[in-house]
Ligand binder design. Structure first.
Ligand code: DHE
Length: 580
């Protein structure tokens, strides 16, 4: 197979230009340095749309018109803030505060923005991404104090909160014939909607408007309520029992956000929801029936190891513990994992676990006791014991920029239960032992490294009833690779270098125009089918391809003009029960 012989390391420049060509809400520069982690920095798209005032002028400040300032702000939030921070105090990129920028001066900044640097700064000017006028304005913009986007406290949250159908006015029993546990909530990213698709008939049951550049869906413990969060921090709560499922409450929890979850511990099912924000850096606990905001907690504070203050630690993945009444909250820049005890939110207890900086995504092991999460820009996986409430291990994934999604759990023929993550920056897949009792020698170690299609992988997937591990590569610069998926056979993982089968998912979709990427496998409830999104440009045809998990053959292609930019898919049963 030609694909397998292709280079193992990913050319991030090409990877980025591919990303930019398709991702409207997450426009990325071409040639953004030479590190894979640079490929996947957040674009603060909603912040970029805010109208912000020029901060108080001081003598010697460069002259900028309000419109130049506004467009520079937009460029900064969309292209620079992911690395340099909203407040320019630095994250994976350097600080750009005025003590530094003024010391360097206008000419230096202009040339730096134009030509870039070998350390990872893109050559915005010579690449053609920014015009000479834009570079000039950006250099002047950086000499001004940073614009501080507004806070979003209780008054703003309550002001944005809409209880559309009160709990007492909702149906007392399920009013439709939808098999809710086998329903998929599909992100229609650039449409700002989700599609609810029946897992058996593949029929679209509803299309529901949600937030801007909508990101993920999570399900309440009972399976009745679906929670969706947009990048603009709008949370929609959808009642799946209504004759036609619809939003019953919504709230904006900030200006930029990526995560939402609901309480799952016995006795607290459907009681609370939580959402984490990138800006302002905070999380909020809400009533699980109405989304009424109850408690907001800022994540500003000290970096776990240096004990230096960080003004904007973003909230990344959140999961709900099955062992305690706790939410597990990843705080990216300070490298802390918080165990937020929701049993008494008036006297809120938060356990702060020191882990590693740049925590991003993660999921549970097969017992749901251990939470494995990637500190992606550090190449590490932190393991939290959610029963004991402590860090069990911090290990290298030995690939460049691990990106597990929620990861995949397999029963390895040699090493027993393992959890898998693929990597953004290379073709490796790390298998990590997760069974400290049955296989103590292998627990919390990378026991095997697999080689899949190439770099640019975002998600792996398996199912307890399946003999397969699927690895995507949507951000790979090669069109054929980014439209394919590698499949390993679990019972053949005892071989020295296990081989994989390539599924040409993009080709199976039969799409004539564009260069769609294939992203995020998600199983149906029974675990005998896996669905992949064939993610094309917003004005082009996209699709969902359904694969028979036993035979690895094409089973069905879902096409509909309403399926605009499908990306994440969340099967109700698997999502609420953390089956992956
Ligand atoms: Fe995601 C999960 C953040 C870009 C699809 N993404 C997550 C999570 C975070 C995150 C913190 C974990 C949420 C949780 O579990 O509570 N994603 C970010 C970004 O900051 C980033 C890099 C850039 C941005 O500006 O948003 C980003 N993500 C993307 C995409 O471009 C993807 C591929 C397409 C899309 O829809 O936007 C994308 N992210 C996803 C998906 C999940 C996700 C499908 C959930 C995976 C799962 O299986 O749970």
């Amino acid at each position: 197979m030609s694909i397998s012989s292709l280079t193992r390391s990913v050319a991030v420049g090409a990877l980025l230009s591919l990303t930019a060509s398709i991702a409207v809400a997450q426009e990325k520069p071409a040639d953004h340095g030479d590190e894979a982690s640079a490929a996947y920095q957040p674009s603060m798209t909603t912040l970029g749309q805010l109208q912000l005032e020029i901060p108080g002028r001081k003598p010697g400040d460069p002259v900028m018109t309000p419109s130049e300032y506004q467009s520079s702000n937009q460029i900064y939030f969309q292209r620079c803030a992911g690395c340099h921070g909203v407040l320019r105090k630095g994250a994976t990129g350097k600080a750009l505060t005025t003590d530094i920028t003024r010391e360097n001066g206008y000419e230096y900044l202009r040339d730096f923005i134009t030509y870039g640097s070998p350390a990872g700064m893109p050559n915005w000017g010579t690449s053609g991404d920014m015009t000479e006028e834009q570079v000039d304005a950006m250099a002047r913009y950086l000499l001004l104090e940073p614009a501080v986007p507004p806070e979003w406290g209780m008054a703003e949250m309550r002001g944005s909160w809409e209880l559309i159908v009160a709990p007492e006015d909702r149906p007392a029993e399920k009013m439709n014939d939808i098999d809710i546990d086998n329903l998929f909530s599909v992100t229609l990213r650039d449409a700002g909607q989700v599609a609810l698709i029946d897992g058996a008939s593949y029929e679209i049951k509803a299309i529901i408007d949600t937030g801007y550049a909508v990101h993920i869906s999570r399900i309440s413990a009972s399976g009745r309520y679906l929670f969706v969060i947009g990048r603009d921090a709008l949370v929609n709560m959808i009642d799946l029992w209504m004759a036609e499922p619809a939003t019953v409450a919504k709230i904006k929890v900030g200006s930029e956000a990526r995560s939402v979850e609901t309480s799952k511990f016995k006795g607290y099912e459907d009681k609370y929801a939580i959402a984490g924000a990138y800006w302002p850096p905070q999380y909020v606990i809400m009533d699980g029936d109405t989304l009424e905001p109850l408690k907001i907690k800022s994540t500003r504070g000290m970096i776990f190891d240096t004990q230096e203050f960080h003004p904007e630690p973003r909230v990344a993945a959140i999961v709900a513990s099955h062992y305690r009444p706790e939410f597990i909250v990843n705080v990216k820049e300070t490298g802390k994992i918080l165990l937020v005890d929701y049993s008494d939110i008036k006297n809120l207890k938060v356990t702060e676990i020191e882990a590693e900086r740049f925590l991003h995504d993660g999921g549970f092991d097969s017992t749901k006791r251990y939470f494995l999460t990637a500190a992606n820009a550090r190449g590490k996986i932190a393991v939290i014991d959610t029963k004991e409430g402590e860090l069990t291990a911090l290990l290298e994934s030995e690939g460049e920029t691990p990106h597990p999604g929620r990861g995949a759990n397999l029963n390895h023929p040699v090493y027993g239960p393992v959890w898998a993550t693929s990597h953004l920056g290379d073709d490796t897949v790390a298998l990590i032992g997760t069974d400290p009792e049955g296989n103590p020698d292998n627990a919390w170690k990378m026991v095997q490294q697999l080689y899949a299609l190439g770099g640019g992988s975002l998600f792996v997937k398996s199912h307890p009833t399946s003999n397969h591990l699927y690895v995507d590569a949507p951000l790979n610069p090669d069109a054929e690779i980014s439209a394919s998926v590698a499949v390993f056979k679990v019972d053949e993982l005892d071989q020295e270098e296990p081989e994989y089968t390539v599924l040409p998912i993009g080709e199976w979709a039969g799409i004539a125009e564009g260069q769609p990427r294939v992203v995020q496998g998600e199983y149906n409830q029974a675990g005998n089918e896996i669905w992949f999104s064939v993610w094309n440009g917003a004005n082009l045809e996209s699709a969902i391809v359904v694969v028979d998990d036993k035979t690895l053959e094409l089973k069905h292609v879902i096409k509909d003009e309403r399926l605009v930019t499908p990306t994440g898919k969340f099967n109700v049963f698997n999502t609420r029960s953390d089956v992956y």
